[in-house]
Ligand binder design. Structure first.
Ligand SMILES: [Zn+2]
Length: 439
């Protein structure tokens, strides 16, 4: 295999997560045991330093009919609103008419936030279900995989092009990037939102590695790709969304000077060594430690007779469940809000999915949707008061709850919680408090 970005053949194995099913495909009972497994391995390119999977599951299989809805969480919708407002304020002031193209527009949540301030909006979404949903909501959406051919056929140029969380899915990486340059006005801004590998490493958020995420970028590596297609990132900021993402602003090469915050982040990246193979090897080691922590915790819960449910059934949760080997004997069910997943089983480990408002809470929630920590803790205040414990297998530094939350939640309470104790480490975080044994 050649590097997906620079074509080099100099690729080295960095992280091996074994054989995994397509983690986006929650299965029906009759499919259980028949789901195909594929290798999930991250390799590192010695030439351009981009981390990537060395195996591609065909995109038609991955995105044909998926059940992820971006509008379903308040956090994500608020984030998209914030991005649209920033782009408009920073770069689009004084334009008479404004237009936006969203690549991988899902249910239209991002575009909705551009329509309000008067942009003409077009979405391109590969999933039939979500494209139909967006059109029903009045967001014009083309059901297609965006690439250079689609770009040519649009025959239009846009002030803003957005791609949130899709730029690492792309099998046709170069064709898509060409298409973006083709559709971007001379003074347009391409907003690329992607998981920040440096953050993934720092938080050991390894469950972001799955078959749909073919590429894992840092600023240096994404710039290499963009430059190859006559584009250039000139500004960006770090956002807590998905446990650590970069919101990058890109335009035609040579059009804008790099911002100070962009140059600072780039400098920090270099100092950290996060683009080097050694950093990936360290991550592989840290993941094994995480596995041990989680299994110890869940075994102890079982020994104490506590019922444990998974909180959320996110796609990334399946990487974690499969790699850790966590099945229904440790986690009874996964509790979700998304009605499209009701009654399905998690691929590989076959844990059933239940709807949040249709099931009595357990003693402990093992939180797979850890990136929505604040929203989850806020929405479940009452449950927490009654003693339901929320365990976060992945802790995000950038996404830490405000001080008052962690103080309040980690304070040992009277009675049944008197024997709570802090695990070793930096303490203070809610998730690090060990729950009391069931009396
Ligand atoms: Zn390369």
């Amino acid at each position: 295999m050649n590097c997906r970005v620079c074509d080099s053949r100099d690729l080295e194995l960095a992280i091996d997560l074994g054989s995994q099913p397509w983690c986006n495909h929650f299965i029906r009972l009759e499919e259980a045991g028949n789901e195909p497994f594929y290798p999930l391995r991250v390799v590192h390119c010695a030439r351009c330093k981009t981390a990537q999977l060395d195996f591609t599951v065909k995109k038609e299989i991955l995105f044909g009919n998926h059940t992820y809805l971006s509008g379903i969480t308040r956090t994500l919708s608020d984030h998209f609103a914030g991005v649209a407002a920033k782009v408009d304020r920073l770069y689009m002031q004084g334009r008479m008419t404004k237009s936006v193209l969203d690549i991988g527009s899902n249910d239209g949540t991002q575009l909705k936030h551009y329509k309000n301030p008067g942009y003409s909006a077009l979405g391109v979404a590969p999933s039939k279900t979500t494209a139909a949903l967006a059109n029903e909501r009045g967001i014009e959406t083309l059901h297609s995989f965006f690439n250079n051919d689609v770009a040519q056929s649009l025959n239009r140029k846009f002030d803003v092009i957005n791609a949130a969380g899709v730029f690492f899915h792309l099998e046709e990486l170069h064709s898509v990037t060409e298409g973006i340059r083709e559709c971007l006005k001379d003074d347009g801004v391409f907003v690329v939102q992607f998981l920040y590998m440096k953050q993934i490493m720092e938080n050991i958020a390894f469950d972001q590695i799955y078959h749909e995420h073919l590429l894992y970028y840092n600023l240096e590596t994404i710039q290499t790709l963009l430059t190859r297609h006559g584009l250039e990132m000139f500004d960006c900021y770090l956002s807590p969304i998905h446990g650590g993402s970069i919101i990058g602003f890109v335009t035609h090469a040579g059009r804008r000077a790099p911002s100070a915050r962009f140059e600072n982040l780039l400098r920090e990246e270099k100092l950290s060594g996060c683009n080097e193979l050694g950093a990936y090897r360290r991550l592989a080691h840290d993941i094994l430690q995480k596995k041990k922590e989680s299994l110890d915790f869940l075994e102890a819960q079982r020994a104490e007779g506590r019922r444990v449910f998974g909180f959320g059934a996110p796609v990334k949760g399946n990487t974690l469940l499969n790699y850790f080997g966590i099945g229904p004997e440790l986690i009874e069910c996964l509790v979700e809000k998304n009605p499209l997943r009701k009654g399905l089983l998690s691929p590989g480990m076959h844990i059933p999915v239940e709807l949040e408002d249709e099931i009595e809470p357990p003693d402990t929630y093992y939180v797979l949707a850890w990136n929505f920590k604040e929203e989850i803790l806020r929405n479940n205040r009452d449950l927490i008061e009654t003693g339901v414990f929320f365990y976060f297998p992945v802790e995000t530094r950038i996404n830490e709850s405000p001080r008052h939350w962690s103080d309040r939640l980690s304070r040992p309470q009277s009675g049944s919680r008197a024997d709570q104790q802090r695990a070793s480490g930096d303490g203070g975080g809610f998730a690090r408090v060990q729950p009391a044994a069931k009396k």
